[in-house]
Design a protein around this ligand. Structure first.
Ligand SMILES: NC(=O)C1=CN([C@@H]2O[C@H](COP(=O)(O)OP(=O)(O)OC[C@H]3O[C@@H](n4cnc5c(N)ncnc54)[C@H](O)[C@@H]3O)[C@@H](O)[C@H]2O)C=CC1
Ligand SMILES: CCCCCC(=O)/C=C/[C@H]1[C@H](O)CC(=O)[C@@H]1CCCCCCC(=O)O
Length: 191
């Protein structure tokens, strides 16, 4: 995919894998809309990346993916600032089975919200120009993490969701891909 000039919205972009996605996209000439619940770190990261890659290429939207109106506003702001949207990366996630309802709301429901919003803003049958959805999931879907069964379940669900939408959405020229990562060795592959 040619990334120069494309616009990507990334959740969980203030740290870790989401930040790595964002910087790599900027290196490839894309513009990024950084979405994260943490506005303090998010603004700082946005400033740092803007100073390095051009302030007009970076936007930060404070966004909690468990809050649909906030998430929708992040898409609207992204379209307002960049006038297009080509890639949505549903990356925000948490891993703590003690707070399993939040874990499900972020890791699974957040990906569902992001996928539906991506379809609404990019789908050709909705006036968009098509695009790509990338969902980050853990290899825990393939090798269950016995210490975190609910986290494991959310990743199983994200892979299944992506595969299902990936087929149905192809007809709206909206690709759906899954990037799974294994621990910090960051083994990435697209299914
Ligand atoms: N780090 C790892 O070894 C692995 C991570 N993953 C997955 O990769 C994704 C990113 O993980 P990491 O970068 O390691 O995590 P991280 O904890 O470094 O970063 C997660 C980011 O998401 C943000 N976030 C948390 N809840 C949010 C919410 N409700 N709304 C918006 N943003 C929120 C946090 O503020 C943070 O900036 C997660 O989905 C995780 O399950 C999968 C396999 C391995
Ligand atoms: C979600 C944000 C916090 C960081 C998530 C994270 O670090 C996940 C790490 C695991 C990944 O999903 C696959 C792995 O192998 C990583 C480490 C898993 C540690 C627990 C494994 C022990 C077990 O199998 O129960």
């Amino acid at each position: 995919m040619e990334l120069k000039g494309k616009v990507a919205l990334i959740t969980g972009a203030a740290a870790g894998i989401g930040l790595a996605y964002s910087e790599e996209l900027l290196k490839q000439g894309a513009k990024v809309s950084l979405c994260d619940i943490d506005s303090e770190i998010g603004e700082q990261v946005s400033d740092d990346l803007g100073a390095k890659y051009g302030r007009k290429n970076v936007l930060f939207c404070q966004c909690d993916v468990t809050d649909y109106p906030q998430y929708e506003e992040a898409f609207e702001m992204t379209m307002k600032v960049f006038n297009r949207l080509d890639i949505v990366i549903n990356n925000a996630g948490v891993m703590n089975d003690r707070f399993w309802e939040l874990e499900v709301d972020v890791n699974l429901n957040g990906v569902i919200r992001g996928t539906l919003l991506a379809y609404r803003f990019m789908g050709k049958d909705r006036g968009g120009q098509g695009g790509t959805i990338v969902n980050t999931a853990s290899t825990a879907f393939a090798r269950p993490q016995v210490s975190t069964p609910i986290y494991t379940a959310t990743n199983y669900a994200v892979v299944g969701l992506t595969r299902a939408y990936g087929v149905s959405y192809l007809y709206q020229s909206l690709e759906s891909k899954i990037v799974t990562t294994h621990s910090h060795r960051s083994v990435h592959f697209l299914l």
